[in-house]
Design a protein around this ligand. Structure first.
Ligand SMILES: NC(=O)c1ccc[n+]([C@@H]2O[C@H](COP(=O)([O-])OP(=O)(O)OC[C@H]3O[C@@H](n4cnc5c(N)ncnc54)[C@H](OP(=O)(O)O)[C@@H]3O)[C@@H](O)[C@H]2O)c1
Length: 271
């Protein structure tokens, strides 16, 4: 990221809750000076107050980037405060689920460079993944700037069209919650087999984290990694026969879960 450019023109963050704070923490750790950040949030957290950024202060005239991280329900109220930056060189980046590029263009002007992004909460530990798509007015340099900024909290992937955003929301945006639930239920299942709760939870967390790290680091596909640890008639095979069941195993379950999230994202986009 060109921190110099952002530092020179300033970055405005609209909404500093969970996602806004996770990203801000990444940028500050990445070397963005606190004095170049302006945050708008009605209830600034104690953490935010301790960072040294400008909070609810008078805003710079033409910030390089405005990052929008309020809930979609608050968008109608919050967006008009940014209108004066529209149709200029300020790059808008929104992480709001279900708010379309067209909605931003309506309020901010279609000549504004706008990037819609879908991050996820592992951003809080620098392990997020964010998908981005720009409007017609966002050029390569704008997308590069957005990617650079979002890389402070993890990986960035570029989409081909905005329509992919709903499925991305269903996979990676909402996905961390599915994995948290996997951890909960794996631990509970261990307890059901007689393990103490604390031990079962420790095993479940480390197994999910370790398997995830291995899947990312290994050259083999996740399918091959699974095959590698499944000896014929062994313990893993016994469990996988349950989990891979056509009717009520993971494939059918996750298909339904991701479809439900994707459809909900489509509904939210329609307003
Ligand atoms: N969390 C996720 O996993 C995730 C993943 C991808 C995308 N997102 C998107 O990220 C956005 C933020 O989500 P979040 O989980 O960070 O929500 P959040 O924790 O509720 O953060 C939103 C923040 O915006 C503040 N706010 C409300 N009205 C405002 C206004 N008019 N002007 C400025 N700030 C205002 C809120 O203050 P109050 O609390 O006082 O209302 C809060 O601090 C959402 O649009 C969501 O779709 C979240």
């Amino acid at each position: 990221m060109d921190m110099q450019d952002i530092a020179a023109r300033g970055l405005v963050l609209l909404g500093c809750g969970k996602m806004g704070s996770a990203m801000l923490a990444g940028w500050l750790e990445g070397g963005l000076p606190a004095s170049s950040v302006w945050v708008i949030d009605p209830n600034p957290s104690d953490w935010l107050k301790g960072t040294g950024v400008h909070i609810n202060a008078e805003l710079p005239a033409a910030p390089g980037i405005v990052l929008i991280a309020v809930k979609p329900q608050m968008m109608g109220e919050a967006l008009p405060t940014l209108q004066s930056y529209g149709n200029g060189s300020t790059l808008f980046i929104s992480v709001a689920a279900g708010t379309s590029i067209a909605t931003f263009e309506d309020v901010l002007g279609a000549q504004s460079p706008i990037v819609r992004a879908m991050p996820n909460t592992p951003a809080a530990v620098g392990r997020g993944i964010t998908a981005i798509i720009g409007n017609a007015h966002a050029g390569d340099a704008d997308l590069d700037r957005a990617a650079g900024l979002l890389q402070a909290v993890g990986q960035v992937v570029r989409l081909e069209n905005e329509g992919q955003m709903d499925a991305v929301t269903g996979v990676s945006g909402s996905g961390p919650a599915y994995v948290f639930h996997l951890i909960e239920t794996l631990a509970a299942a261990g307890e059901a087999q007689g393990l103490p709760a604390e031990l079962a939870m420790k095993l479940a967390k480390a197994t999910v984290a370790g398997a995830g790290a291995l899947a990312e680091a290994a050259e083999e596909s996740p399918s091959q990694l699974r095959i590698n640890v499944t000896s014929p008639n062994g313990t893993t095979q016994a469990a996988l026969e349950v989990l891979m069941d056509d009717d009520d195993g993971f494939p059918a379950l996750l298909n339904r879960a991701v479809a439900a999230a994707t459809n909900r994202s489509k509904e939210l986009s329609r307003g």
